[in-house]
Ligand binder design. Sequence first.
Ligand SMILES: [Cu+2]
Length: 205
Amino acid sequence: MKTPLRLAGIVLMLLAAGSLAANDKPAPSCCSAALTAGTPLSDKSLYQVESHWTNDAGKVVTLGELKGRPQIVAMFFTSCQYACPALVHDLMRIEAALPENLRTNLGCTLISFDPKRDTPAALTNFRQSRNLPDDRWTLLSGNPDDILELAALLGVRYQEDATGQFNHSNIITVLDANGEIVHQQIGLNQDIAETVRILQKLLTQ
Ligand SMILES: [Cu+2]
């Protein structure tokens, strides 16, 4: 486990307390969208994980490279027949609900828990089939240990079944520009109003 235990502990504690989904307190001034690359990461930032990921262009990246603008993040797999298409559609609904001038400052990140099938080529196909613009949408796959670690930090559970499909949680996480979790929307086809409200606040800070 490469993540500082303190970070993992904090996230798991918050999850256990059920406080994440309801936490819409204004982000402190340290965590605005205007952060520059030089700002140090806090103990609670997911960007402290040192894992390396591969995007759909085949480039190796770290999560820290997402720093600098708020993100909506979900874990998924491209060959999912039901839940993930709905989950990605939910991200697109959230994105579409934001005014154009704010939308351009939002990042959307999809992270696969199916590294065997979700090669850069599979992620590229997925991007093209959904018309996900590559200036704002990041598609990542990684190695199994790092995926498991990130899933734990996001409170996402997944399990491969005998047919090669995955049973999994459907969670959309809002990260501030510094990689701290500020909100989670749980379940498919939910009312997005609260998530959009929180993002609008983050994006106008
Ligand atoms: Cu799925």
